[in-house]
Design a protein around this ligand. Sequence first.
Ligand code: GSH
Length: 220
Amino acid sequence: MKLYGTLTSPYARLTRIVMLEKGLGDRVELVWTKTRMADDPILAIHPSGRVPVLILDDGTVLEDTALIVDYLDALAAPARFTHSADRCDWAYRRIEGTARAMLDGLAVWAREVIRPMGEQSPGIIEHEARRAFRLADYFEGLLAKHRVAGAEGTTGAAGDKASRLGGPLTMAQIFLFGSLDVERRLPAFNWRDGRPSLVDWHARVSELPSVRGSRPPSSP
Ligand SMILES: N[C@@H](CCC(=O)N[C@@H](CS)C(=O)NCC(=O)O)C(=O)O
């Protein structure tokens, strides 16, 4: 199989994290490509021109993060990232939805600032910046609350289970990590200021082998 991504795509990185979490590194060849040009090499592979894209050994093209995650998850049991077993785990899934919303908004912000100066929309940038910092505050609050609850010996375990922001990687964690990681290409997203729980959480997740191993080449 071949997994196509760009050096900057957060979505492609999420699929690499899942690939490594599932122990599929030996079965998947990573291909670095470019997007957003008239002669994108990726256009020879599929018409949308977006990454991530997974090409199966029989040539089947799978595009879209959720589809690729589901496919990789199904390749090696047990399934950990799909919801077939826990579709009704609303306490978890709402956190995952919010973490994904954060990444989707940040992707819009990051795309806007690479347009030529005269074409950038200050309104869009402001809207997405407000959303991103609001969500950073939300996750800071969630993490701080669970840490406090844990320290008091009351609802730490239950809180952790509800959010699944601790323990083994979940898609919620992977979306949150992908969101925070956008800081590498968007310095204005300086989410660290005044958010110590998020800083600690990010430091822990950054050191996981799958997260380290998913870094694009020549990335710090
Ligand atoms: N919803 C898609 C988003 C993928 C996406 O936005 N990919 C961007 C890179 S981060 C892309 O390929 N952009 C190139 C383009 O729009 O032509 C997914 O989850 O896979």
